[in-house]
Design a protein around this ligand. Structure first.
Ligand SMILES: Cc1cc2nc3c(=O)[nH]c(=O)nc-3n(C[C@H](O)[C@H](O)[C@H](O)COP(=O)(O)O)c2cc1C
Length: 161
């Protein structure tokens, strides 16, 4: 069943994000695709983070996090996050902050800067509710959104123009 479930879920295309927060010794973060809109009232999202992920406890402790939606020209950030650990993950990309102080990518397609609302049990994961404090959208993004699909990276492409 686990194998069939993983195969099935691999076929759900998802936008690739970097979820970030701050800890005493510097920034922390992870690549995440389990990001979903929750409500417009208040504007909020859910993010599912593995309890064993190095950034998990930092998100809880800081009580704030940012979700950075990547475009296809930001594969260097993905590579860095996969190869490095801790604050060294932030050596690729141009990082800044918005309201909460969580690191945000200056050229991310979208940034959702959040305060941590409730945290729910999700078996191996925590389901973090993020209440949106600030939104940054790059309206002039011409490059495609970076997707994760069928266990590989892909690009979004309009079907009709
Ligand atoms: C494309 C992709 C999507 C991922 N999505 C999630 C996710 O939604 N939630 C999560 O906890 N980990 C996700 N991961 C795994 C984390 O990025 C990370 O590798 C893992 O939590 C270990 O992190 P650590 O080395 O900081 O402990 C994803 C990894 C990749 C490559």
């Amino acid at each position: 069943m686990t194998h069939a479930f993983q195969n099935a879920m691999s076929l759900f295309a998802a936008g690739v994000t970097v979820v970030t927060t701050m800890r005493d010794d510097g920034p922390a973060g992870l690549i995440a695709t389990s990001v979903c809109s929750l409500s417009s009232d208040p504007p909020s999202i859910i993010v599912c983070v593995n309890r064993n992920a190095s950034a998990h406890d930092a998100i809880v402790a800081h009580g704030k996090f940012a979700v950075n939606l990547l475009s296809v020209d930001q594969c260097d950030v993905v590579d860095r996050f996969r190869q490095a650990k801790g604050p060294e993950r932030f050596e690729a990309g141009q990082w800044t902050t918005l309201t909460t102080g969580a690191p945000v990518l200056a050229d991310a397609a979208v940034v959702l800067d959040c305060t941590l609302g409730k945290r729910h049990d999700g078996f191996t994961h925590s389901i973090f509710v993020g209440v949106i404090e600030q939104i940054s959208c790059r309206r002039n993004v011409h490059s495609s959104c970076l997707l994760w699909h069928a266990r590989g990276f892909a690009r979004s492409m309009p079907l009709c123009v």
